[in-house]
Write a protein that binds this ligand. Structure first.
Ligand code: DAH
Length: 343
């Protein structure tokens, strides 16, 4: 038995020395000291020995057990210390490193060009006393069409192919729906703009997207005329392009205004001489506008005998394309970081 105990001790200590993980250590412990372990089995047979032998072997096996336990403990704490220092080495971060002048570089977030220009337009309008309104992207048919003087079966609905939801609402096709919300919450006189994302069921190409951005505007007071509209538009464009901009109105048709116009500004790329961007006309088509139709005022709870107003709706993508020389509208929703990083 003595030999056997020596053998267990030396074999186990060797195994412990070779163990490379705390799992292995635990396995060794179970194999030797566990309920059915090698050493435990031997201890069970002590009772068969003579009293002196039993005392001697008892002492001996206790010493073996203690030696093994100590070795296990020591190795275990060695292994977990090693693990901790390995983690510390691998996950170490120098928080004092300066990203800006190291080769790592600093990757900063930036604002989408549509947001940049939208905020700029908002600032210009708030400086002229306009309030900024919001509206939902899923609109009622009433706010998007009916209340804007576009009843069911009106041919103007065909101009704006629409995504409908199953419960009969729609993705707003224009921010003009925000006008309707504005009239419900404001009493004249008021001036509001409503920026937002709009949706149309479109074939997509370099100048058509199914998702784009507009900014709607509306001003209602006594005796508001087209002259006020022209003044505000010139203020806006000169502030955005940082130079005097000429505008012109062409008669156009929108059911919610009468008279209705398309507003152009002189091409800033060629200075009006004619180029590819302005299709050699010298003018850039910018927005739809007009005097708010009496039906629309009435549906908004405003007396058209007492008040008048103008409204306009501009395409924000178009404006950004002009300002930064972007030649394909698909870039805006494309999510290509190389495009976005240029602004
Ligand atoms: N909602 C029109 C569109 O999306 C733009 C527009 C035209 C808005 C005339 C207006 C307006 O407020 O008076 O094409």
């Amino acid at each position: 038995m003595e030999q056997k105990l020596d053998q267990i001790q030396s074999a186990t200590l060797a195994q412990i020395g070779a163990a490379a993980s705390t799992d292995e250590i635990e396995n060794i412990r179970v194999r030797v000291l566990g309920r059915k372990g090698e050493l435990t089995q031997i201890l069970r047979t002590l009772g068969e020995l003579s009293p002196e032998e039993r005392a001697r072997m008892g002492q001996k096996s206790n010493a073996v057990k203690a030696a093994i336990e100590e070795a296990l403990e020591e190795k275990k704490s060695g292994l977990s210390e090693a693990k901790i220092s390995e983690l510390l080495r691998e996950e170490w971060i120098d928080v004092t490193l300066d990203g800006a002048d190291s080769s790592r570089g600093f990757s900063r977030g930036r604002m989408h060009p549509l947001s940049q220009v939208q905020y700029e337009v908002e600032d210009i309008f708030t400086s002229m006393g306009f309030e900024i309104l919001d509206g939902p992207e899923v609109e009622t048919e009433y706010n998007n069409f009916e209340a804007l003087n576009i009843p069911p079966y009106h041919p103007a609905r065909d101009l704006q192919d629409t995504f409908w939801t199953e419960d009969g609402n729609l993705l707003r096709t224009h921010t003009s729906a925000i006008q309707i919300r504005g009239m419900k919450t404001h009493k004249p006189p008021f001036r509001v703009i409503g920026p937002g994302r709009v949706f149309r069921y479109e074939e997509i190409d370099a100048s058509h997207e199914n998702t784009f951005y507009q900014i709607e505007g509306m001003m209602v007071d006594r005796d508001i005329s087209v002259a006020h509209l022209i003044f505000i538009m010139k203020q806006l464009l000169s502030a955005i392009f940082r130079k005097e901009v000429k505008v012109r109105l062409r008669p156009s048709y929108y059911p919610f205004v009468e008279p209705g116009f398309d507003l152009d500004f002189n091409c800033l790329i060629c200075g009006g001489k004619g180029c590819r961007v302005c299709k050699h006309s010298g003018w850039i088509e910018f927005l739809g506008c007009g005097q708010v139709h009496p039906n629309v005022l009435r549906m908004g709870g405003i007396d058209p005998e007492a008040y008048s107003g103008f409204a306009f709706g501009m395409g924000l993508n178009r404006l950004v394309m002009m300002k930064f020389g972007v030649n394909d509208i698909r870039h805006f929703m494309g999510g290509d970081i190389r495009f976005l990083e240029q602004f």
